[in-house]
Design a protein around this ligand. Structure first.
Ligand code: ZN
Length: 286
């Protein structure tokens, strides 16, 4: 079952988060018809974004993550809120590449070179925006680097998505550690050694699941548990606003030319259609 487990280790100086996101990745595979490669790229990004959301303080806070690389997948976009509802898409869901020499998916060349941008909307007037360079394209290292340079929080991250031959995700998740201010070097070193045990985190999750992972590797700690899910928050009301923002004459022009305005939600592929009579209702007071 998908879950996020959090605790503090090393006398409270290192936060530890363990995420299982297998069902979330399967939902994304179904919605977007992902290949194993794009499932890995989007799945790893959704898992990292869930970690980010698990640190939000207020219920209405939201995070938008964009990985804008020049790889074959195009951009990866994920949105997640404080209640741990996540949704996402990749520009080219059907992208494929040959496997790497070690038999693993070539996520690096799916993503390519570019930047990670994180926008945190926290009820303030101006949202917080942070950005960093893509340093590896494998995503875990890129998010760890983002935290280190953009938020000054040393972070170690292992992320994985394993997809079976039939195209189904059989194990997805991550292990993330963050160092608190004042942490000693030997504690940091121990955390680094620990994260190295999770280089195949998707296989561990496939075999035993995240709950057992917590017990087997960190049995002496008590974890808080949270439940993430894939959920799109698009609505007719929101899309109405998008159509209204086109302006009356522009909207009418499109309907006259194409018969309707069709808006497709990129996160869940739901279609919203507006015909002539819908526009007259929408622009009744405009
Ligand atoms: Zn939607």
């Amino acid at each position: 079952m998908d879950a996020i487990y959090k605790t503090l280790i090393e006398d409270g100086y290192v936060s530890l988060t363990i995420i299982e996101s297998t069902q979330i990745v399967n939902k994304a595979i179904k919605l977007h018809n992902l290949t194993p490669l794009t499932a890995a790229g989007l799945g790893r990004t959704m898992t990292a974004s869930l970690f980010m959301a698990s640190t939000l303080k207020n219920k209405r806070d939201k995070i938008y993550v964009t990985i804008s690389g020049d790889g074959v997948g195009g951009h990866v976009v994920v949105s997640v809120d404080a209640s741990l509802c996540v949704r996402g898409y990749i520009d080219n869901p059907s992208a494929t590449l040959p496997l790497k020499e070690n038999g693993k998916l070539d996520v690096k060349n799916l993503i390519g070179n570019g930047r990670i941008t994180v926008v945190k909307s926290m009820g303030l007037k101006e949202p917080y925006t942070g950005s960093s360079k893509i340093i590896s394209g494998e995503i875990a290292e890129d998010f760890a680097y983002y935290y280190t340079v953009s938020e000054q929080t040393p972070t170690a991250m292992a992320l994985g998505v394993k997809v079976s031959k039939s195209g189904k995700c059989v194990g997805a998740g991550g292990v993330i550690m963050q160092v608190m201010p004042g942490c000693s070097l030997d504690k940091i070193e121990r955390a680094e050694n620990l994260i190295a045990k999770f280089s195949s985190v998707s296989s561990i999750i496939e075999e035993i699941g995240a709950e057992k992972l917590c017990k087997e590797y960190f049995g002496e700690y008590v974890f808080d548990k949270y439940e993430p899910k894939y959920k799109c928050i698009c609505s007719k009301k929101y899309v109405d606003g998008v159509v209204v923002s086109l302006g009356k004459s522009e909207a009418e022009d499109i309907v006259n030319e194409q018969g309707k305005i069709e808006v497709v939600c990129p996160y869940c592929n739901k279609k919203y259609a507006y015909f002539k009579e819908d526009l007259s209702k929408l622009f009744i007071n405009k």
